[in-house]
Design a protein around this ligand. Structure first.
Ligand SMILES: Cc1ncc(COP(=O)(O)O)c(C=O)c1O
Length: 499
C-alpha cells in the first residue's frame, strides 16, 4: 500500500489494536467528517465537555472544534461560520468579496488543522499508523505542520514538523512551545517555494520505518475534508447572505494553492452554484501561469509544482498576485498610520478597517485575486466572490516589521499609505490572469507529471486517472466509508463520549 491509496481496509491489525488501546488510555474519541462538516450533529454531551477548555489547549475536546463554526471566542458554536464582506469602498470593485475566517480554528488559528486531522485519522482507523511506535511526519510550509503537531500531541504520539527555515518566526515560536522534543522541528533549506526540498527531507526520513509521512500534497483526505467541510461552510455563509439579498449569486470561489486542499471547496461550490474555480499563485513564482519558478513571500502557497490532489481539469481561472502587494498591504492594514489613512483620508468605516487583521499574507493575496477576478469577469454588485483567510495577521507581525524596515526605510507615513493603497489595492488590473481553456488545463495538468511520476513514484495510471472528473466525483464515496471506520474504531475504543 502506498500513501496515494485511499485506505478503506485495515492494513495492519496490530497497529490498529495498539491504536485502539492507546486512545482508550488517552480517553480520546475521534470526530467523523460528517460531524466536522456539520457540528450541530455533534452530541451535546461532547460539546459540553469542551466548556471551560481553551481552544488553544492540546485537549481532546478540541478535536471537536476542528471546524469552521467556532464563534469569535472559539468557545461555542455559531450557526454560520465567521466571515467578513469587503465592499466597493475598500476594494474598488462592485462585487462583494466574502472572506471566511480560518483564524477561528483551534490551537493554530488556521484552517490547516482540519487537513492535518483528516490525514492522520484516516491512517489510524485503517491500521496504518500505530501511535505507540510511529512518528507522524508533517511536510509543510508552516501551518499544516503546526496542525499536525497539535493533533499528534492530543493523540499522544510524536509529531515532526518539516518546514523551510525561512518561514515566519511566529510559526517557529509556536512549534517550539508544542513539539515534544526540539528535534521534532526539521528545518529545510529555503522558504515558501522550496517544496521539493521538503519532499527530499521526507524521502530521507522515510528510510526509518517508524516515520509515517503524511504528505498533504498527495493525500486525498486533504481534498475530501475541504470538499465536504470547507465547501459546506462556505455554502452556509453564502446562503445566509442570500437570505438578506435574494438577488445575490455566487460568481466565483478564489483561493491560493499550497497543497490545493482548500481548492476542493471550489469544486463543491461549483456543483451547487455553478461558480467558477479560481486558483491563485504568486507572480514571483508563476508555475500555473507560465511554468515559472522563483522565490516569494506569500506564505502558505508554496509553488513550483502541481499537487497531486489539485483538480486542475476543473480550474477555470488562474490569477497571479505579487508578494509585494501582500507584504505592503500587510503593513497598511496593521499599522497605526495605515489604519488612520484608511479611516481618515479614505473615510472607511473603522470596523471594516479593524476587521482587516483577519487576513494573513495569503488571505490578502486571495482578496486581491478576488478583485482581479471581479474585474476580469465584469462582476456587478449582485455577483459575489467568496474566498478564505487561512490564517490571520497575528502570524505575520515579524514579517510586517521586516517589510517596514526593508521597503520603507524612511518610515511608513501617510504618503506611503496612499501609495500602497492606490497601487496594490485599487490598482489591481487584469494582468497575470488566465482563463483556462481545455488546452491550458492540459498543460498545467501535465506539469504535475515531473513531480509525481518521475520523482515521487506515483504510477502513470494513478496520475492519469485524475484527468477525468469522474475520478474526483468517485472520491466522494470514500468519506462515508471513512466515517463508518471512525465510528467502528470509536466503538472499539469504548470510551464514553466525554460528559
Ligand atoms: C497561510 C496559508 N495560506 C494558504 C495555504 C494554502 O492552502 P492549501 O494547502 O489548502 O492549498 C496554506 C497552506 O498551508 C497556508 O498555510
Amino acid at each position: 500500500m502506498t500513501s496515494f491509496d485511499l485506505s478503506q481496509d485495515i492494513f495492519d491489525k496490530t497497529a490498529y489494536e495498539n491504536a485502539v488501546k492507546h486512545l482508550r488510555d488517552a480517553r480520546v474519541v475521534l470526530p467523523t467528517f460528517a460531524e466536522l462538516a456539520d457540528p450541530t450533529s455533534i452530541a451535546s454531551s461532547i460539546m459540553a465537555a469542551a466548556d471551560g477548555i481553551s481552544a488553544d489547549e492540546p485537549h481532546s475536546a478540541n478535536l471537536y472544534r476542528v471546524h469552521w463554526y467556532n464563534d469569535e471566542n472559539r468557545s461555542a458554536l455559531t450557526d454560520v461560520p465567521g466571515y467578513i464582506v469587503l465592499d466597493e469602498a475598500l476594494t474598488g470593485v462592485a462585487a462583494p468579496i466574502i472572506v471566511v475566517l480560518g483564524g477561528r480554528f483551534p490551537m493554530i488559528g488556521a484552517h490547516k488543522v482540519l487537513p492535518a486531522y483528516a490525514c492522520l485519522v484516516t491512517r489510524i482507523v485503517s491500521g496504518q499508523f500505530d501511535p505507540t511506535r510511529h512518528r507522524a511526519i508533517w511536510p509543510s510550509t508552516g501551518n499544516y505542520c503546526r496542525g499536525g503537531v497539535a493533533i499528534s500531541r492530543i493523540l499522544g504520539c510524536r509529531g515532526v514538523a518539516v518546514l523551510p527555515a525561512g518561514m515566519s518566526q511566529e510559526r517557529f515560536d509556536w512549534l517550539e512551545d508544542w513539539v515534544t522534543e526540539p528535534a521534532d522541528i526539521v528545518r529545510t533549506p529555503g522558504s515558501e517555494s522550496n517544496v521539493k526540498e521538503i519532499y527530499d527531507k521526507c524521502a530521507e526520513l522515510s528510510a526509518d520505518s517508524s516515520n509515517v509521512i503524511l504528505n498533504q500534497f498527495s493525500e486525498y483526505a486533504n481534498y475530501l475534508a475541504h470538499y465536504r467541510c470547507t465547501g459546506r461552510a462556505l455554502e452556509s455563509v453564502f446562503m445566509s447572505l442570500k437570505e438578506q439579498r435574494a438577488d445575490l449569486s455566487l460568481a466565483a470561489f478564489v483561493a491560493g494553492t499550497g497543497s490545493a486542499g482548500t481548492m476542493a471547496a471550489g469544486d463543491y461550490l461549483k456543483t451547487i452554484f455553478g461558480s467558477q474555480v479560481v486558483a491563485v499563485e504568486p507572480i514571483e513564482c508563476p508555475t500555473m501561469l507560465y511554468n515559472g519558478y522563483g522565490e516569494h513571500n506569500i506564505q502558505g502557497i508554496g509553488d513550483k509544482h502541481i499537487p497531486l490532489i489539485q483538480n486542475i481539469m476543473n480550474t477555470d481561472i488562474v490569477v497571479g498576485v505579487s508578494d509585494e502587494s501582500s507584504d505592503h498591504l500587510n503593513v497598511l492594514f496593521n499599522s497605526g498610520v495605515g489604519r488612520e489613512y484608511l479611516t481618515g483620508r479614505r473615510g472607511l468605516d473603522p470596523k471594516t478597517v479593524e476587521n482587516l487583521t483577519v487576513l494573513g499574507l495569503s488571505g490578502i493575496a486571495n482578496v486581491l485575486a478576488a478583485i482581479k477576478t471581479a474585474r476580469l469577469l465584469d462582476l456587478g454588485a449582485d455577483d459575489a466572490v467568496i474566498t478564505v483567510a487561512t490564517d490571520s495577521a497575528a502570524l505575520y507581525v515579524s514579517e510586517r516589521e521586516r517589510t517596514e524596515k526593508t521597503d520603507f526605510p524612511n518610515g511608513f507615513d501617510q504618503v506611503s499609505a496612499g501609495e500602497v493603497y492606490a497601487r496594490h489595492m485599487l490598482g489591481q488590473g487584469k494582468e497575470h490572469m488566465l482563463e483556462m481553456t481545455h488546452q491550458e488545463r492540459r498543460r498545467v495538468f501535465n506539469l504535475g507529471y515531473y513531480t509525481w511520476v518521475e520523482q515521487q513514484g506515483v504510477t502513470l495510471e494513478d496520475f492519469e486517472k485524475r484527468r477525468d472528473q469522474r475520478f474526483w466525483d468517485g472520491l466522494q464515496n470514500t468519506l462515508p466509508v471513512w466515517d463508518a471506520m471512525i465510528e467502528e474504531f470509536n466503538g472499539h475504543v469504548g470510551v464514553n463520549r466525554p460528559g
